[in-house]
Design a protein around this ligand. Structure first.
Ligand SMILES: [Fe+2]
Length: 296
């Protein structure tokens, strides 16, 4: 169905039909069906389905080039082999079996790879949740498998563009926005290309990592005991003494928000499986507040 990263054309894009039923005066009935060529818009989940994600993950380069309603896109896994990277980075703490360590710590880690990025070639308006703030089923499923989903050159539908609030997070303070007690435990961050402030690239990035990374780094920095069974904390101020080149793109995903002026960007993550923080490359540039909405 898909020639991964070398061209993907959805065969269902030009289905169409219109029918006309009419009668002639003699009393005899005739049915005439007139077919016109009209593009049929595909829903987000019809295209970006579980099968689509499986195809991407099975591609040896972990990427896919495709076409969504006539708009080309490139999709890729942001951090391949995430589990192995964490195991290697924290070898001195976890030993050789991250799964056992996670089980003992009471902090599950289900990501083989981490982060999905879909970058559209042209601006696209997207319906990613409804008025009841319920996330699309396919996005919920994707996030469970792959963690954060990043969409570039996409923006929220006009009817729901201004919902939520704006916020900026502290530098390297990894935390959760929501807990398991809240139904809307997914956070959706966005840069609105039509907003006078957010239309410009942002100087502050957003970092996201699996929960276990916060726990492990906290152990490395001597804040949490290696044999702690207290589970996950709601906040960790970590990595301040680290060389971030060893961290970013390796065990922590960085959403830079630096696409050109007038480009929409959206990032979605699950607060039950991921921690997030801001990263100020230069503390002198605080940057504007990013759009935040919580979805179930
Ligand atoms: Fe936050």
């Amino acid at each position: 169905m898909i020639d991964a990263c070398e061209g993907y054309r959805n065969i269902g894009r030009y289905l169409y039909s219109t029918c006309r039923l009419f009668y002639i005066s003699t009393g005899l009935k005739y049915l005439a069906i007139q077919t016109l060529v009209l593009p049929m818009q595909q829903s987000f989940c019809t295209h970006f389905s579980s099968a689509w994600l499986t195809t991407l993950i099975r591609n040896q380069n972990l990427c896919l080039r495709g076409d969504y309603n006539g708009i080309e896109y490139n999709a890729r896994i942001v951090i391949p082999d995430y589990r192995s990277r964490i195991e290697q980075h924290y070898r001195d703490i976890v030993g050789t079996n991250l799964a056992t360590f996670c089980q003992q710590a009471g902090i599950p880690m289900g990501f083989q790879h981490f982060g999905l990025e879909i970058a559209f070639s042209r601006p696209v308006e997207l319906v990613l949740h409804n008025h009841e703030m319920e996330l699309l089923d396919c996005l919920r499923s994707m996030i469970q498998v792959i963690g954060p989903v990043i969409i570039k050159n996409g923006y929220h539908q006009s009817a729901l563009r201004s919902v939520g609030h704006r916020n900026k997070f502290p530098h390297l303070n990894f935390h959760v926005d929501r807990t398991a007690n809240q139904v809307d435990h997914f956070s959706m961050y966005s840069r609105d290309p039509f907003d006078p402030e957010q239309k410009y690239p942002r100087t502050v990035s957003t970092l996201m990592c699996a929960n276990i990374v916060g726990h492990l780094q906290s152990i490395r920095e001597g804040v949490t005991d290696k044999f702690s069974r207290s589970g996950l904390k709601g906040t960790y101020t970590i990595f301040k003494g680290e060389n971030m080149e060893d961290v970013l793109g390796n065990i922590v995903l960085q959403q830079a928000w630096t696409e050109p002026e007038g480009t929409g960007e959206i990032a979605i993550q699950d607060n039950l499986t991921c921690l997030h923080a801001s990263y100020y490359d230069n503390p002198a540039y605080e940057g504007y507040k990013i759009g935040v909405r919580y979805v179930a």
